[in-house]
Design a protein around this ligand. Sequence first.
Ligand code: TXA
Ligand code: MG
Length: 323
Amino acid sequence: MASLGKDIDAAKAILETGELVGIPTETVYGLAGNALNPDAVAKIFAVKNRPSFDPLILHTSSMERVSDFTLGIPKALSILAEKFWPGPLTLLLPKKDSVPDLVTSGLETVAVRVPNHPLTQELLANLDFPLAAPSANPFGYISPTKASHVNDQLGDKISYILDGGDCEVGLESTIVGMEGNQVTVYRLGGLDIRKIESLVGKVQVMAHSSSNPKSPGMLKSHYAPSKPFVLGDLSQLIKIHQQKGTSFAVLSFSDKFPEVSDDHQIQLSPAKDLSEAAKNLFAAMRTLDNMDVSVILSEYLPEEGLGRAVNDRLRRASVNETV
Ligand code: TXA
Ligand code: MG
């Protein structure tokens, strides 16, 4: 297993040798390596079992440093960067040649983000290279929001995880770029698009496609638990599964179901707070996925604010499942 700690110098030393480290961010934990070192980047793909057509996000400590890797930033996107960095926002920008093609899977744009977590901020400020970091989970599985999640799944493949506690946002960053003159969201995430629209006007949200995705976070089935994950009206689903005699667990927004035992249900936010629900989502999905039941029953959140991003993850977790 990997060691867990808050030793920034240790993390720095490992990264400088071209090895990988688990890092905390406010969204989810990342699997980080030197973005300018193709060997380190290749290790990221290998450890995650990630297809090479799925490009990585480059993490840096400040907006000033972004110009080291990019050819400029369109006005609308610079307004967003000024306002929301550091934070759960990733921008797609035209890349400089210094960024290895492996990072961008050969695309002309590079995804860039300034994360907002004190340990990772300090680490990035102390490094003289940016970090490429996808979410620290095997490709296609639920993203990690605690250091222990990273250790459970990748602990035998990396030596150190910087332990920054539970992720405050709990959903991956919102990915934004331009299609011509149109500000476009490629992945709904931890930054509410209403906040984006209040600054740059109406954005377009790209529907996801599972063939040749521009952003494989757009793959229809992704972020998925290993158990069948069924979405619908929970009271109905519970009745059906009780009648069938299937063992199940329940993931609800706020309701508690008296007909289900307490240890077989999780409420994402009893107070109906969408940010709290987002923060708890992935850990709850993991807990239920590790339970001795054959199916997970769940429901959509209100389709507003962060609820849209949570619903996007629920939908992908449930692809191909029927009642
Ligand atoms: O919150 C986050 O974004 C986390 C933390 C660790 O920063 N990272 C994360 O990375 O979620 P990852 O690799 O799991 O998801 C990155 C997404 C992928 O769907 C990838 O396809 C997309 O970003 N992406 C990266 N570069 C891109 C590009 N140039 N054009 C389009 N999509 C891109
Ligand atoms: Mg991911």
